[in-house]
Design a protein around this ligand. Structure first.
Ligand code: IPM
Ligand code: MG
Length: 362
């Protein structure tokens, strides 16, 4: 079908390793269908990243890949890493050597990681049914380009150090994102820190309090990271938006994913201040099931939906994808991570989502 509008989006497709390429193939099909349906154009250009790029070029993020990303409107990322590359030096490793430079190059300071316990799949959660049956619907807003990840580091034979620094500007801009998000959800922000020990956390807390004044409708609470890690497993339903620095967000977002039950359902977005973003599933490259055609494509497909929403403003197309995914979950068209008895594979789930999108009347 020819597009009637002149909207056209260039997407760098970095499928990576393990299950990355197989789940990416399904996300690409879904994108083609919604582009047709909602009248916009897309160009999907693949490039090497991670272990696949190391094997081909010696680098986890080759210059050609970075160049393509710079020429694109968004990056759709699969997953990187696997046992083959674990022996390499840390900054040459597929994960660290590709994700961290991409985050820094594009100033992707804002990482959004939603996590839900879907009521129909509450038994996927490792939490006691007494807790999981109450559900969970949280959004982890993680600062992604500062803090201990990017501070001064050093190493001698007998010592090592990593430095955590935060500026008011860095804290303000991520806090604003959290409060804005809360106004579209349940109007609550829990800001995570360790203000009983860390100077950066004291500044974090003061700054977040100041930003909160602009959002009188949003309730702000502060919680120490150790307490938050505990409260999340005790009663995750108390949380709405969790505002975290880089390190605490790394830790809590994995905990949230574990509580949700399946990594195969969770997308994520990493954004800068001008709408550019990198979108990737929360789960890893799952080398143990790579190539078997059984990986869950939903997290990759939902990551594509986030890209349409946050980078392109194609809200209707994003919602259509999310509804189609929801429909397939309700029809129990799921891979075996969700239902061990399921006979649906990656391509069958992708095809069901595509078919639902074609049928949906809008
Ligand atoms: C993540 C990952 C990365 C991080 C690693 C691979 C560098 O754990 O995206 O959460 O720590 O940010
Ligand atoms: Mg992590």
């Amino acid at each position: 079908m020819s597009t009637q509008s002149n909207k056209h989006y260039k997407i760098a497709v970095l499928a990576g390793d393990g299950i990355g390429p197989e789940v990416m193939a399904e996300a690409e099909k879904v994108l083609q269908v919604v582009a047709d349906k909602f009248q916009f154009g897309i160009t999907l250009t693949p490039a090497l990243v991670g272990g696949a790029a190391i094997d081909a070029t010696g680098e986890p993020l080759p210059a050609a890949t970075l160049k393509l990303c710079k020429q694109s409107d968004a990056i759709l990322f699969g997953s990187v890493g696997g046992p083959k590359w674990t022996g390499l030096a840390p900054d040459k490793q597929p994960e660290r050597g590709s994700l961290l430079p991409l985050r820094k190059t594009f100033d992707l300071f804002c990482n959004l990681r939603p996590g839900q316990i879907y009521p129909a799949f509450a038994d996927l959660s490792p939490l006691h049914p007494r807790v999981s049956s109450l559900g969970m619907d949280v959004l982890c807003v993680r600062e992604l380009t500062g803090g201990i990840y990017f501070g001064e580091k050093g190493r001698t034979e007998t010592d090592a150090f990593d430095t955590q620094r935060y500026s008011v500007r860095e804290i303000e801009r991520i806090a604003k994102v959290a409060f804005e998000a809360a106004t579209k959800r349940s109007n609550k922000v829990t800001s995570i820190d360790k203000a009983n020990v860390l100077q950066t956390s004291i500044l974090w807390r003061e700054t977040v309090e100041r930003v909160a004044k602009n959002y009188p409708g949003v309730t702000l609470e502060h919680m120490y990271i150790d307490n938050a890690a505990m409260q999340l497993i005790r009663s995750p339903q108390q949380f709405d938006v969790l505002l975290c620095d880089n390190l605490f967000g790394d830790i809590l977002s994995d905990e949230i994913a574990a509580i949700a039950g399946s990594l195969g359902l969770l997308p994520s977005a990493s954004l800068n201040g001008s709408g550019f973003g990198l979108y990737e599933p929360a789960g890893g490259s799952a080398p143990d099931i790579a190539g078997l055609g059984v990986a869950n494509p939903i997290a990759q497909i939902l990551s594509a939906a986030l890209m349409l929403r946050y980078s392109f403003g194609e809200e209707d197309a994003a919602c259509a994808i999310e509804q189609a995914v929801q429909h397939c979950l309700e029809q129990h068209i799921v891979t075996r991570d969700i239902n061990p008895k399921s006979t649906y594979g990656t391509a069958a789930v992708g095809a069901a989502i595509v078919a639902t999108l074609r049928q949906e009347n809008q």
